[in-house]
Design a protein around this ligand. Structure first.
Ligand code: HEM
Length: 523
C-alpha cells in the first residue's frame, strides 16, 4: 500500500509539473494563441487521463488483492506480466504456488487469483454457484456458441448426463479393437522412423498417434485415413488459436482464423460421420465407436436421452478431441520417456503383459485383459501424478466469492485452482519427486488419498474421459514395450518442463523404436 501511495503522489506531482513546463515553454515563445490553448487543453487532458488511468489501475489492483500474496504493486502498469504470459515458465508457476495458498497477478483489466492448496482448489472446483470454467473469448467463435461446453449450472449437468453413457464399461470395451488397430499401425511407423533417422524427437508423432486414436475411437470406420491424416496434421492450429492470450476478433490470416478453419473442417467431417453412424446402427449394425454408442443410447427405449442432431453430435465430439488432444499428447510423451529410462519397470510391464495374454503376445487386446494389467496401470497412474498434463484449470468468478474467512474473490476475476501441488504433496506421496509406481498398490496411503488425485479435476466439470484415458494408455504402453525396445536419448533438457497448453519434456522426447525379435523374452 505504501508503494502505491508513493506512486500516486508522484503521479500528481507529474501532472502539475508537465502542465507548468508546457505553459512556460509556450509563453517564452511570445506568440501564444487560441489554437495553442486548444492544444494545451488536449495535451493536458490526455496526460491527465493517462495518469488517472494508471492510478485507477494500481488502486483497483490493491483493492482486489487484499491480503493475498502477489506483487506489492503492478510493476508494469496496465499490462502487468502480459509479456511473460507469451512464454510461460514452469519454474515461475511453481514459485507462484509456493508464494501462498492464494496469490494473484493482474494483466490488463483481468485480475487473476491462483489457488495452490489442495482443499482450496477442490472447494473452487466444487462451487458451481460461484464459478464456471473460463474460456478465452475466441473459443466461443471456434467451438461455436451453441456448443454444450458453454452451458452452465443445471443445463450443463443435464447435458452431461446424456454423455455419461459414452464412457461406461460396455461402451469402452467396444472401442478397443479400433484403438488396437491404431496402436499397431503407429508402432510400426515409429520403427520405420527409427530405421530411417536413428534417434529422433517423437513429440509431433506422439501428438499424431493421440489424435488418430481419438478420431478412430470417436468416429470408427466412418472417418477415412486421409481425413485422420488431415486433422492430425492441422489440429495444432486449434491449440495455437486458443492460447490464453489472444486477440478476441478473428482477423484473416491470424492464429484464430486458421484455428477456426481447421475446427470448421473437422466438425464438417464429424457431421458426416454422425450421419453415417445413424444410418449404420439403425440398419442393425453393432456399434464400435463413440458415435455408434451415442446412437444406441438415443434409440434405447429404456432411457430418456433425446435425439441429437448430426451437428450437435459433431460439436460435442469436437470438444472431446479438444479436451483430449493436448493432455493426452503430454501424457504420452512422459509415459514413453519415463518408462524407457527404467529397465526394472520395463521388465515388470513385460512380465505382466505376457501373463494377461496367457503367454501369447499376439492375443488381441480385451477389456478384461486391460483390467488385469495392475502393474502397467500403476505405471500410467504414477506418470499422471508425477507429470500431470493439466497444471491448472482456469475458472471465472460469477459473483463475489468468499473463498475463506479472509478473502473474497471479486466478481469477474479469473480464479485458477492448481492441480500440481496436491499431486506432489509430501504428506501423501513420500518422495514426491521420485517415480514410484508401487506407491499405488491397493490400500496404500497414496491410493487412499482420493482428495489429492486431482489429475482429472473434480466437481461438475470433472474429466468425462478419465476411465477412457486410463484404459487407453494402459493398453498402449503395454503393447509398445512388449513389442519394442525403446531407447531414450537423455539430454540435459529431458527432465526440464516446457509449458505449451500442457507440459512436455523440453527436448521433445528423443527416442529410438526397434522391433523386438522375441516378444516373449523378458529382457
Ligand atoms: C491425460 C489425459 C487427460 C487429462 C489429464 C484430462 C484432464 C481434464 C481436466 C483437468 C479437466 C477439467 C476438470 C475440471 O474442471 O474439474 C477435464 C475436462 C474434460 N475432459 Fe479431460 N483430460 C484428459 C483426456 C480427456 C479425454 C480423452 C476426453 C474425451 C474422450 C476428455 C474429455 C473431457 C471433457 C469433455 C471435459 C469437460 C467436462 C465438463 O466441462 O463437463 N478428457 N479433463
Amino acid at each position: 500500500m505504501e508503494v502505491a501511495s508513493t506512486f500516486i503522489s508522484n503521479s500528481s506531482l507529474l501532472i502539475n509539473k508537465s502542465i507548468s513546463d508546457f505553459s512556460l515553454d509556450k509563453l517564452s515563445l511570445g506568440n501564444f494563441g487560441f489554437s495553442d490553448l486548444k492544444n494545451l487543453n488536449w495535451v493536458s487532458l490526455l496526460i491527465t487521463s493517462v495518469i488517472a488511468l494508471l492510478i485507477y489501475d494500481q488502486i483497483k489492483y490493491q483493492l482486489n488483492k487484499g491480503s493475498i500474496a502477489g506483487p506489492t504493486f503492478k510493476i508494469w502498469p496496465i499490462i502487468g506480466p502480459f509479456l511473460e504470459s507469451f512464454d510461460p515458465k514452469f519454474e515461475e508457476y511453481k514459485a507462484k504456488w509456493d508464494s501462498g495458498p492464494l496469490s494473484c497477478v493482474s494483466i490488463f483489466h483481468k485480475f487473476v487469483i491462483i489457488a495452490s492448496k489442495r482443499d482450496i482448489a477442490r472447494k473452487i472446483l466444487m462451487s458451481p454457484k460461484y464459478v464456471k470454467p473460463c474460456v478465452v473469448d475466441v473459443a466461443v467463435k471456434i467451438l461455436r456458441p451453441t456448443n454444450w461446453v458453454f452451458l452452465d449450472g443445471k443445463a450443463h449437468v443435464d447435458y452431461r448426463k446424456g454423455l455419461n453413457g459414452l464412457f461406461t464399461r460396455n461402451a469402452l470395451q467396444s472401442y478397443i479393437p479400433a484403438q488396437e488397430f491404431v496402436y499397431d499401425r503407429y508402432l510400426t511407423k515409429f520403427q520405420e522412423i527409427t530405421k530411417k533417422n536413428g534417434k529422433y524427437p517423437f513429440f509431433h508423432d506422439f501428438r499424431e498417434i493421440m489424435c488418430a486414436v481419438s478420431l478412430k475411437t470417436f468416429c470408427g470406420d466412418y472417418i477415412t485415413d486421409d481425413q485422420i491424416r488431415t486433422i492430425a496434421d492441422d489440429y495444432y492450429l486449434v491449440t495455437a488459436a486458443l492460447e490464453l492470450v489472444n486477440f478476441p476478433i478473428i482477423l484473416p490470416f491470424t492464429k484464430p482464423w486458421y484455428g477456426r478453419k481447421v475446427a470448421d473442417m473437422t466438425m464438417k467431417i464429424f457431421e458426416q460421420c454422425a450421419k453415417l453412424s445413424k444410418e449404420n446402427i439403425r440398419s442393425g449394425a453393432i456399434g464400435n465407436c463413440v458415435m455408434d454408442a451415442w446412437v444406441e443410447i438415443m434409440d434405447d427405449q429404456s432411457n430418456t436421452v433425446r435425439e441429437f442432431s448430426n451437428r450437435e453430435i459433431s460439436e460435442a465430439i469436437f470438444t472431446f478431441l479438444f479436451a483430449s488432444q493436448d493432455a493426452s499428447s503430454s501424457a504420452c510423451c512422459w509415459l514413453f520417456q519415463i518408462v524407457a529410462d527404467r529397465p526394472d519397470v520395463i521388465q515388470k510391464i513385460r512380465e505382466e503383459q505376457l501373463r494377461v495374454r496367457d503367454n501369447d503376445p499376439y492375443k488381441k487386446l480385451s477389456f478384461e485383459m486391460i483390467e488385469n494389467m495392475t502393474y502397467t496401470n500403476m505405471v500410467v497412474k504414477e506418470t499422471l501424478r508425477f507429470r500431470p498434463p493439466v497444471l491448472m484449470v482456469p475458472y471465472v468468478v460469477k459473483k463475489n466469492y468468499p473463498i475463506d474467512e479472509n478473502y473474497t474473490a471479486p466478481k469477474g476475476s479469473m480464479l485458477i485452482p492448481t492441480l500440481y501441488p496436491a499431486l506432489h504433496d509430501p504428506e501423501v506421496y513420500e518422495d514426491p519427486e521420485e517415480f514410484i509406481p508401487e506407491r499405488w498398490v491397493e490400500g496404500s496411503k497414496a491410493s487412499e488419498a482420493k482428495k489429492n488425485w486431482l489429475v482429472f479435476g473434480t466437481g461438475p466439470h470433472v474429466c468425462l474421459g478419465q476411465q477412457y484415458v486410463m484404459m487407453m494408455f494402459t493398453g498402449l504402453i503395454g503393447k509398445a514395450f512388449l513389442f519394442n525396445d525403446i531407447k531414450h536419448h537423455i539430454t540435459p533438457l529431458s527432465e526440464e518442463i516446457r509449458v505449451f497448453a500442457t507440459i512436455f519434456p523440453k527436448d521433445d522426447c528423443i527416442l529410438e523404436f526397434t522391433k523386438r525379435k522375441d516378444p516373449k523374452a523378458l529382457e
